[in-house]
Design a protein around this ligand. Structure first.
Ligand code: B12
Ligand code: SF4
Length: 471
């Protein structure tokens, strides 16, 4: 059977905000995961529209499309196109799970939730010519999942081809997060077997890994065993975790020993009122500075995530947040305008309050205000968001934040990482155009190499790094 698998580009692919490098970071991991259930005889064509031109002239038997909120309209168009040609089209992913009735008219079958249980079931039904209209995920396990079809990934088109997830979901329940809606009807946080995760890591070439797990430190027992197993594998890796998990026990030390060099941390807001509004209990009364210092003492760079527009925010929130990040040497900051994704508690609350002002999903990209604000006007919020990015990434602020680190090598790494990500756009574009992005991976590995405090820089540190990305 001929199978076409597609990740349609997010809406901003055609907007002035398009940063090719941001969308050339990670390959379509979810789709390569699903492809593992296809048969060895199937003719598979996996295309990621972020990094290649879609070929729509083919005639596959089955078309599999992943739908995110801001690629939804594009995904529906592609689906309609293939259905008109007689292909069987299936749609799944986050947005289909949130709004199945919106997606259904564009598909022969739709999928709710993760695909590890439903996709193989569908394949069997499809073979037996009795596919159902809706597949609902109920069995939540990663046991015995077949190895991801990484051979279908065009590695040379990505900066970070070695993305990996070893858990699904998260133990927390923040009201703005997609997580509870996506995993409704079953477990909302589960892990791979440690040995399977280590085997998957072993299959990946090179040194660098990017864990895309929502919360890599979410299950202490699992993560401790994983990091113990990774010791001596000579890996360097990046991931994401919560403030409380950084402060608790010694898991973060184990992670650092295993090769953790940069961490995405959801600080989100400094206001207890906002944390309560977001049900982000795990951040309440936590010492953010202590968490930052602990990470820095282990040589781990920080990508801080911050949300603007919660009800307790005022006009000074942007300045306060940027200043805090610079003062505490946060390497990169990711700012978001609060976005109520359909299906989330936040969306339900705002809908009840009559605060949702548009359902044009293309605008739900965390840069635009799509709801009635409280403490700030919509214009102030959007302006403040752009101001914060501009201000945080000014050379003088990058410099100020860098020089506060203890060791010279950490100072330099910070400077080049932050500067490289935001200030060398033409270089990134050139590398993407000439299909040389993946050749820069050794430099990324160098910048993520270990910092030996109080010692001379080790040989592993190599020559000066050129750049470094964040997600
Ligand atoms: C990688 C990633 C990206 C990549 C995406 C491209 C890529 N190549 O994957 C990049 C860097 C481009 C990106 C950008 C953004 N992202 Co992002 N990203 C992720 C991340 C970290 C991992 C995705 C992943 O690989 N997951 C692992 C795989 C195994 O799961 P999966 O992809 O969901 O696939 C499974 C199922 O969904 C299902 N499935 C999927 N498709 C289909 C299709 C069929 C037919 C079937 C049967 C099943 C099925 O089966 C798969 C296996 O179970 C997720 C968080 C997460 N952990 O998922 C956030 C996430 C998707 N991102 C998010 C956000 C908010 C953004 C940004 C807006 C952030 C920002 N401010 O810049 C931007 C822009 C997005 C936009 N404009 O809409 C949110 C999305 C919320 C939503 N409701 O859509 C998430 C969930 C993070 C979060 N916790 O809120 N992101
Ligand atoms: S901690 Fe992060 S991934 Fe977990 S529920 Fe909250 S926002 Fe979502």
């Amino acid at each position: 059977m001929k199978v076409k698998i597609i990740l349609p580009a997010l809406t901003e692919a055609e907007s002035p905000f398009w940063r090719p490098i941001k969308y050339s970071l990670f390959p379509p991991l979810g789709l390569a995961t699903l492809a593992a259930y296809l048969s060895a005889d199937d003719e598979i064509d996996l295309q990621d529209q972020h990094v290649e031109k879609l070929n729509l002239d083919d005639s596959p038997d089955l078309v599999v499309i992943q739908v995110y909120i801001t690629n939804a309209y594009r995904a529906y168009k592609i689906a309609d196109h293939y259905r008109a040609k007689g292909a069987y089209v299936i749609l799944g992913g986050l947005h289909v799970t949130s709004l199945p009735f919106e997606a259904a008219p564009h598909a022969d079958s739709i999928f709710i939730g993760p695909g590890e249980d439903t996709f193989p079931k569908f394949l069997l039904d499809f073979k037996n010519r009795c596919p159902q209209k809706i597949y609902n995920s109920t069995i939540r396990t990663l046991e015995k999942v077949p190895p991801i079809r990484r051979d279908l990934i065009k590695r040379h088109l990505y900066l970070v081809p070695n993305s990996i997830v070893v858990t699904r979901g998260c133990p927390h329940h923040c009201s703005f997060c997609y997580k509870d809606a996506f995993f409704e009807g079953g477990r909302t946080f589960y892990t791979q077997e440690v040995d399977d995760a280590l085997a998957e890591i072993d299959r990946l070439p090179g040194r660098h890994l990017y864990f895309l797990d929502d919360h890599l430190l979410g299950n202490t027992k699992f993560s401790a065993a994983l990091f113990d197993g990774m010791k001596g594998m000579n890996r360097v890796f990046q991931g994401a975790a919560t403030v409380d998990s950084i402060l608790r026990g010694n898991l973060i030390e184990k992670a650092a020993e295993a090769g953790l060099r940069s961490l995405f941390v959801g600080f989100e807001t400094f206001s207890p009122q906002n944390l309560k509004q977001s049900n982000k209990k795990q951040n309440l009364e936590k010492d953010y500075v202590k968490a930052v210092n602990r990470l820095h003492s282990l040589g781990i760079m920080i990508n801080g995530s911050f949300v603007f527009g919660l009800d307790d925010d005022d006009k000074d929130v942007f300045k306060r947040t940027v200043e805090w990040g610079v003062k505490h040497s946060i390497t990169t900051s990711t700012y978001h305008v609060l976005t109520p994704y359909p299906g989330t508690e936040l969306f339900k609350t705002m809908e009840r309050q009559g605060r949702i002002i548009t359902k044009n999903w293309d605008l739900y990209d965390t840069r635009k205000v799509v709801y009635q604000t409280v403490g700030l006007s919509a214009q102030e919020l959007e302006d403040g968001y752009w101001w914060a990015y501009k201000e945080f990434y000014k050379w003088n602020n990058i410099f100020r934040a860098s020089i506060q680190h203890q060791s010279h090598i950490h100072k330099l790494k910070h400077f080049f990482y932050a500067g490289g990500w935001k200030k060398f756009e033409p270089v990134w574009n050139f590398l993407i155009k000439t299909k040389n992005l993946n050749n820069t991976l050794p430099a990324l590995e160098t910048v993520l190499s270990k910092i030996n405090f109080g010692k001379k820089p080790d040989k592993e540190a190599g020559p000066m790094p050129l750049y470094l990305p964040e997600a």
